[in-house]
Design a protein around this ligand. Structure first.
Ligand code: SF4
Ligand code: ZN
Length: 527
């Protein structure tokens, strides 16, 4: 054992764990070794080595203390973003940067792009490195949400798409497989499971064939670049599709059970603060839209995009930060409780931005501003229980019902008295499912589009008593969804399940059919 290891060993075998004495340990190490403050990841590495050697007992509280960026896995899953290789996009959007050697709409200095470039866009390496990074910082990335970025996924060649996703599964499985199907099968019982895959695409590229492929790949969430609802603005920015395409894509995706995330872009050429405000209102009042999730990327002028010339010619002007902030305060205040505002600004390095907001911590600034005005946001993200210990009996089940894209949506949530959110389920009831021709299993089936319990991502075998993910909230939500489906005359329930979550649903009598987890519902009404 080296000197540092001995000191860590002596300290950890005597002292209980707290923030305070962790700092004391670091100070002591700095003093006795003559080096600066040791990082948590280094202490974690030494601790793990000592546990492996049987010198220290496993200490979950300590592991949690040493876990760095805790928020990364607070939603219960470890996000892993992977970039596809550069490929020409059929779009010609004026605000979109196009840098040689980089996937369209991305910039070389964005952190995710830098990571992908270092791996030469190899999906296997990207996933492998990210998982390693999670482990080194004390996380348990055993439930992975794979997020595929790099522009319109649908524009890529079919063969590449299949290969790309297969390699991601292989990286999670830590072994290669002869086919995608086989890699998925292995992942069902693997240590690192891909429990969801997000793909991004253009609304006009969403069709039955594309959806079929997305399901075969294991996708569970689709992000579509809606950007604006006004056809005149979409035409002006050369978006290449209108509102109709977004309406159609939204319905098809929801009927297939996907969670739908919209990318919206305020401050586009031809828009105004007033128009943007009413656009966001329409998004949640008009049943044709109502996305489950939202990413708001205010338009910015980048040298690499055609909009730069418009800006120089004074044909385009960005909102003042103050006005943008006020607009977003209103937008956030109006959000329904069933939507999740995933992002408020893109991770673009400041130096790239010629005009438009450079406030990279926009969300924090907004929260402060809203607090000052006595306002709050009730979206899913703002209410998620942040790894809090819970008493199940203190939670109540709240159900919101709304019409969306030709179906009835039920949003089930477990909340505490302060309206903090511990678990949610999205149930869709649609009489005439547009996807039934492609997936006969969906004919006359109720659909669970999302089941999510919040809390720190745990090792699958860790049975920490107080942690939310093992409280059976998921089971209770599912049971209620079955009851609602039965009451509405549905004879079966289909769940869009990520490959790595299939085993979970098997416990409740679901079986795999045509990429969905399916259960026939008996006639018994339990409540
Ligand atoms: S569709 Fe997306 S990637 Fe293609 S040009 Fe438009 S913004 Fe860029
Ligand atoms: Zn919110």
């Amino acid at each position: 054992m080296d000197k540092t290891t001995i000191l860590v060993y002596q300290f950890l075998s005597q002292k209980p764990v707290s923030d305070k004495n962790l700092l004391a340990l670091k100070k002591m190490l700095a003093k006795k070794t003559g080096q600066g403050l040791v990082k948590n990841s280094e202490i974690l590495r030494i601790y793990r080595q000592l546990v492996k050697q049987g010198k220290l007992a496993k200490n979950l509280a300590l592991e949690e203390q040493l876990c760095l960026k805790k928020t990364r896995t607070l939603s219960g899953v470890a996000p892993v973003a992977v970039l596809t290789r550069p490929y020409p996009c059929p779009g010609k959007c004026v605000y979109c940067p196009n840098e040689p050697g980089i996937p369209q709409s991305y910039l070389s200095l964005e952190p995710a792009v830098e990571r992908a470039k270092a791996a030469q866009f190899d999906p296997y390496l990207q996933v492998k490195r990210r998982l390693k990074q999670y482990r080194q910082t004390g996380h348990q990335p055993e439930k992975i949400e794979l997020i595929v970025i790099g522009g319109s996924f649908s524009a890529l060649p079919g063969k590449y798409k299949r290969w790309f996703i297969k390699r991601c599964f292989e990286a999670a499985n830590q072994q290669v497989s002869p086919t995608l199907l086989k890699a998925q099968k292995v992942n069902e019982a693997s240590k690192y499971r891909i429990i969801g895959i997000t793909l991004e695409t253009r609304p006009d590229m969403v069709n039955l064939a594309e959806i079929k492929l997305m399901r075969q790949l294991g996708a569970t969430r689709v992000e579509i670049g809606v950007q604006n609802l006004d056809d005149r603005i979409l035409k002006l920015v050369k978006r290449g599709h209108g509102q109709k395409a977004s309406i159609k894509a939204t319905r098809l995706l929801k009927d297939a059970g996907f969670k739908v995330c919209y990318h919206m872009m305020p401050n586009l050429p031809g828009s105004s603060l007033v128009k943007d405000r009413s656009m966001f209102k329409q998004l949640f009042s008009d049943q044709y839209f109502k996305p489950d999730m939202l990413k708001i990327y205010p338009c910015v002028v980048l040298k690499e995009a055609p909009l730069y010339q418009w800006y120089k010619d004074k044909r385009y002007q960005a909102y003042r930060d103050k006005d943008l902030l006020e607009l977003l305060v209103r937008v956030k205040t109006d959000l329904p409780r069933w939507v999740r505002l995933n992002r408020l600004i893109r991770d673009i390095p400041k130096d790239y931005i010629i005009a438009g907001t450079k406030v990279s911590n926009l969300r924090q600034v907004l929260v402060k501003e809203m607090q000052a005005q006595g306002l709050s946001c009730q979206c899913v993200r703002c209410r998620e229980a942040r790894n809090l210990p819970i008493k199940k009996q203190a939670l109540s089940l709240k159900i919101s019902q709304y019409e969306a894209s030709g179906g009835q949506e039920y949003f089930l949530e477990f909340v505490d008295v302060q309206d903090r959110l511990y678990g949610l389920l999205r149930l869709r009831l649609v009489k005439k499912n547009r996807l039934a021709g492609v997936f006969p299993v969906l004919s006359q089936a109720a659909l669970v589009r999302e089941l999510h319990v919040f809390g720190q991502a745990l090792a699958l075998e860790d049975k920490q008593k107080l942690k939310i993910q093992h409280k059976g909230l998921g089971a209770a939500l599912l049971k209620r969804a079955e009851t609602i489906s039965r009451k509405n005359g549905f004879k079966k329930l289909a769940i869009i399940s990520g490959v790595g979550a299939r085993e979970y649903y098997q416990r409740f009598g679901y079986r795999l059919e045509q990429t969905y987890m399916l259960k026939e519902l008996d006639n018994k009404l339990d409540n």
